[in-house]
Each structure stands twice: as C-alpha cells, then as structure tokens.
Design a protein. Sequence first.
Length: 322
Amino acid sequence: MKKIAIYLMAVMFLGAACSEDIEVNPELAGPLYGLVKGEPGSVDELIYETWEEWGMYYLYDYEYYAFQVSNWSGHFEKWYTPMQQEDRELIRKLVDVVQGGIFVGLDKELVKGSWFVRTFLCDSLCDASEYDPDKVVEDYLENGDCIVIPGFGERMRGYTEEDWNALKDKFSNLLISRLYLGAEEQPDEFFDLRLKKSNGSDETAIYADVWVEDPVKKYSKGVYTFRLNGYVRSEPSSWSAETVRIVDRQTDLADYISFLTKTEKAELDYNFRIFPKMLQRAVALVPYLMRVLSMNLDAMQQANCPDDPVEEGYFANLKYEE
C-alpha cells in the first residue's frame, strides 16, 4: 500500500509540474480504478465510502485481465463468470460481514496493512484456467494483495444467516492468520502450554482410549477431553468434526481468538471454571493479542455477543492461579 501511495504522489507531482490547470474530479475516488461515488444510498456510494475509510476496493465490474496474471513474473489465470448487475445488492451484506464484522475491535492501521487492497467479486470461480467442476471455488482465492470471492449470484441469493456466519468465520480466520504471520513476535508463552512429547516437541494427538466423560454431559467426550488439555477443539476431518488429532499452532491461535471473541460471557465463565488449562492459556495469550495484534477483545466479544457481553476489562483482568 505504501508503494501505491508513493506512486500516486509521484504522479500528482509530475502532473502539477506540467500544468497548473489540472482539476481533481471530487466525484471520482479510488485512483487505481476510478470508482464512481454513486447516488446517495447506492451500492456504489457504499463501495466509495469503504475505499475512503479503509483504502480497500470492492470491484464487481472489471476487465477480464484485472486479477489475472500470466507473464514472466507469475501465473494466475482463473476461469470465472462475472456478477450480474441485479446481484450488486449482495455487496452490502459482504461489506457488513467484513468491515462491520471481522474488523470490529481491531486497530484500523493494522488491518489496512494485513487485509487485501482489492476484493474482486464474481458469480462462479475455478482454481484453473478453464472450467473444472472439481476445482470450483466455494469461498475465496488469494493472490498477493487481492482476493477473489465467488457466489454473487443464485448461490448467494439463497444464503441463510447461518451461511453468512460461516463465511464470516472463514474470513475471520483468514484475517487472524494474516495478522499472526505478519507479526514479528509470536505468542511463545501460549504455545509453550501446548501438550508436549518427551522430547519437548508438540504432541500431535490425544487418543480416544484416554478420553474423559463429561460428568454433567454438557460436552461430548472429545470436546471435554481436549478442553481439559487446553484446546478449544480437536482438528476436524472431512468426515468428522471430532478426531484424535491436535490442531497445529496457527489453528490453535485462531481457535482461541474465535473462542474468546465469539463466546457469550456465561459460557466463557463456565469454561474458565471447569477447564483450568483453558484459563491458563487464555491468560498467557490475551496480552499478546492486545499488545502485538492490537485487538480490543472486549469490543469484539461485545459486538459478537450482544445478548451476553463481557464487561469492560474482562479479558485484561483474567487471572490464573496454580
């Protein structure tokens, strides 16, 4: 983004040097794509305002080569079908999910440096240069500073609130991974509390023969056992939501952030009381999330759980005692 800003400043300087009569059209924004401000209340106005506030483009009407790359520097050529004009209103929901959902409680400048500058929207998309039913993309494709999101057509018109929430979770996990991978400092204290093998490396599984029954039957044996050991869940497979495998470090971090920010206060309190290892790991992680990733955990949980929000300072005041 800094390179873009420098380029634009250079263009403005050269333009001013060549002519004093240049006038900037206030109705145009997004210097890379000439976004039109649009009528009041229109989708185009929403896209314009999103670019003004976040420096991010939502693009639905673009040339075929806009996100395609096929030259000496790389190859990214994908089959897709464009969004139809009548489906533009779906963009409002996506903006609400992203800007009004997953960005809540996060430092704006940090988000700008981690999320995608360009979001290309289309109807159908394949992770191939030609249509291939086995490579149809359901959620998104990443490519550098851009993300391509399909579904803006018949499929998305049939989305339930549950479908939108599922998509929100996927984008939330994607953002978390980008924030985490872009950070110079890692949550070592949190990771050090993972189960270890005798050689000090991370344990990879908790086998079913040692799973523990939940005495009050609130959770399944798998969930209860993994939370006793400090994990939000086991690593799911394509055929089962619960397995014996332990999630990798990045998923572990994403699970905890999701758990902390999307769980109602009563449920958080219950888990921290019943599963001391969950509390211990949360206490180890919270300072990292607040200091390094600039997350306002209270605000994020309050936005996601308006019916049972935590009080201000809830996460900062969590304490663990042996």
